[in-house]
Design a protein around this ligand. Sequence first.
Ligand code: ADP
Length: 505
Amino acid sequence: MIKKVLIANRGEIAVRIIRSCRELGIRTVAIYSDADRASMHVRHATEAYHIGPSPSHESYLNADKIIEIAKLSGADAIHPGYGFLSENANFARKCNEAGIIFIGPSAEAITLMGDKITARQTMIQAGVPVVPGSEHSVAGEENVNEIVQAIGLPVIIKASAGGGGKGMRLVREASELIPSLRLAQSEALSAFGNSTVYVEKYIDSPHHIEFQILADRFGNTVHLFERECSVQRRHQKVVEETPSPFLTPELRQRMGEAAVAAAKVVAYEGAGTVEFLVDANHNFYFLEMNTRLQVEHPITEYTTGIDIVKEQISIASGMPLSFGQNNLTQFGHSIECRISAEDPFNNFMPSPGVIRHVSQPNGLGIRIDSYVYEGYEVPMYYDPMISKVIVWGRTRDEAIERMRRALFEYKIDGIKTSTAFLERIMRNKSFKNGIYDTHFIDMHGDELFQRHTDESAVCADMAIIAAYMDYTSKIEKIAMGDYSLQRNGDNRWKEYGLKKAVQRI
Ligand code: ADP
């Protein structure tokens, strides 16, 4: 049995893993960089060890140091979270060699799925449909021309070692093909240290729909249904929901079976995610498999009642799954919004800094996976995501309204965040009707990024003037549209929203 787990990660995911460990009576070891001395995960863990300077390659990516601390602290397992070393086969191997359980799949499965070309070939052999494209890496300019002639434009050139939406090039015109190939190769080399690329047919108006997998070492493999992840910006997820408003029960079943087949063919063990693209005609294609816990796993937990981190630990301890596919059902609807320390109205400019005030939403069906607190300084070194708001509702409509309320209640002062932008997504008509694909944000950019309409600016001006005029009266708060004004304890009006309108008065 696992008694002590080192979490080779930081931020919200480290806190989230520690929570499950505590419920299981498992002690936890946190590691932290210079910038993370005062981080929440350090406070939650049973023990904490300094790992190194702030840049990740000197801290959270230092595999040897992490294993050394695991040994020193007597941890019998390491949970890698997501990002950092979570999909690094060498790290998994090194853990095992040091006699420490790596909470994740085997190094072989990570290697197989980490290389997208090998993963595609493996899926073709297993009879799982893949996006039409090259079976091998692109050998050169002549070769890329042949491939494109066979599948037709548009195509997408992708890095075989790619991830995080990086190293992808869309090609619509034949004249762009060779320059795009060269660019994709050099991008792949600088981002992943490997210039190998391949070509896929570009699917128009696709949905990104993924299936959560759990598999034990006794050959039991189940899926925990889908997650609709089509609200994306630059190929990265922004909002996720389950069930997908696009899937029919019949398609859900077929895709679930394909996802289980995909995991079985690589003898997958642990939690993993099989990602698919689904076109407008309900054809689905294997995209890739992520061999780790995903950022968006909580929506699956809300709708199945299963704690995925606890299952990961149980599987890594050698236990069989305690349920089969027939024991699993989806109940209600869940949505996740990723809150980042960025300014969505200024091209998502990073906004690190000190959080002066934070007030979190609460109430029925709301879960906040976060790691920030009042006075905390969001460091500039890591991913800008600071929090995830996850809601559950009996119906999709209820979940959307609940998310709007949660985003309204979430007040973070001192840094810029994406909450207002996410709130606009929740209000968007197409989103509310469940009719959207991966182009949603680009298609609705005018509405989502528009600073403020004249009308709403006038309303805000009026609200502010009214508030100032009533300074001595009993009015405590005025809220209109995106703006609100509130009287503080010291009798000053504090404005949320349109600062410019205040300056204009
Ligand atoms: P990464 O591993 O970098 O996240 P993926 O292969 O998972 O890359 O793709 C990320 C996103 O890019 C998808 O969710 C989708 O929006 C878009 N995409 C990838 N491949 C295609 C394709 N063949 N056609 C259309 N869109 C694609």
